[in-house]
Design a protein around this ligand. Sequence first.
Ligand code: GLN
Length: 479
Amino acid sequence: MVDFADLTLADVQRGLLEGRFSGSSLLDHYLHRIRETSYLNAFLEVYEAEARQKMEALDQKIKDAPESLGKLFGCVFSVKDMIVLKAHEVTAGSRILNGFKSMFTATLLQRMLDEDAIIIGRTNCDEFGMGSANLHSYYGPVGNAQDPHRVSGGSSGGAAVSVQAGTCLLAIGTDTGGSVRQPAAMTGTVGFKPGYGMVSRFGLVAYASSFDQAGIIARSPADIDRVMEVISVADANDATMKTKGLYATQSAAVKDKCRVACFAEAIEGAGVNQEVRQRFNDFVHHLTEAGHEVVSVEFGLLEYLVPTYYILTTAEASSNLSRYDGVRYGYRSSEAGNIHDLYIQSRSEGFGTEVKKRIMLGSFVLSEGYYDAYFSKAQKVRTLVRNRIEAIFSDFDFVALPTSPVAAWKKDEKQTNPLSEYMADIYTVLASLAGTPAVSVPAGNNSEGLPLGIQLIANSGDDKKLVKFTEHITNWHNF
Ligand code: GLN
């Protein structure tokens, strides 16, 4: 009996080619795990019949024409409910898109499908990606497989749990301010956000367009590397895509002695849980033992990161979400007697509280009287953050930070104070403001057995170097 739980994509492909197991038996295993863990609410829809049909065709191809197999054959993955697949429902975790089916497939998914990867289902998430705990989905919260009473992290909570619970090999999520990295940290998985412009956003439901990126959650960084080779390809449908310096052309070389910066004020901060701090210090110790050089530097802008992020993203969201009017997509109120009421009623009934709060905040910071005081100032701070991080990378290979100041909290905690949920994003929004690649790496469990993560950030254009360094680190089994 093969234990599918710990296999990397390379193991799966070897096993399939050597005939040790069939694709269909692998898929059966995943479908069985989905049923066994359905109480976690990670999946909104399972494409069972379709996946079976594709897998049978793949098994046939392995027998008949192994030379024509795509680069991702045997890769069974889940897709966050923020990325469109032709003729399939996509709701962004919202009532307002309930029943909406896409007319096209996102570029990154198409690339993966073209290389023989198979989608197993659509995963739950915070409404329009707005949240850090997956408590803001219209379709209910996602439980952490380690303790179902605790949150999965968010907004890609379903994606992270789909990997944590062993229901697929890897997951595609989206990350605007940490939504791939933070749930990865809370589920003991690896979560990678590519640099801005490395992967096409065509087919992503927009939250804040100058921040949004598709990302990958996996058990092994080697799998992330394989997928990035396939999805980081220029796309004429996304004008913000880079055309040069894409993943496959980047250097994979990692120096024996890397220079890693960490920010003293981030580690010593009052909001950081003691065990998170301890684990981070252990990590620094391991880095040093392995011959790398870790230097504590002052970042200087830490307290501005969360406010800047929330001003800019709510502004962009208020504009992006204006398209949901009850006429063109999904949900339409049946109460309205005229067109004006139709807009108001559909939006009032279709959007959840968190989304409404952000639309109001975004409209406020963009309003004539407050634009200069908030939006335009936040843009200036974003430039300062970018300049600062650029200066740091002129001297360092990576920046190391905890991914989250705390481990997964109980589902009923934090409800009374929304600001504390926003503050939990303090370490992840940096790479989103700067547009740089970043990854969350599992860093063992705390004393309650809950996963913790360490985040590494690299300079723009160093996505591959970051993934390769992550491979190097995850080989330290005792860390
Ligand atoms: N928690 C952050 C927010 O609510 C990040 C979300 C994300 O990356 N999609 O905006």
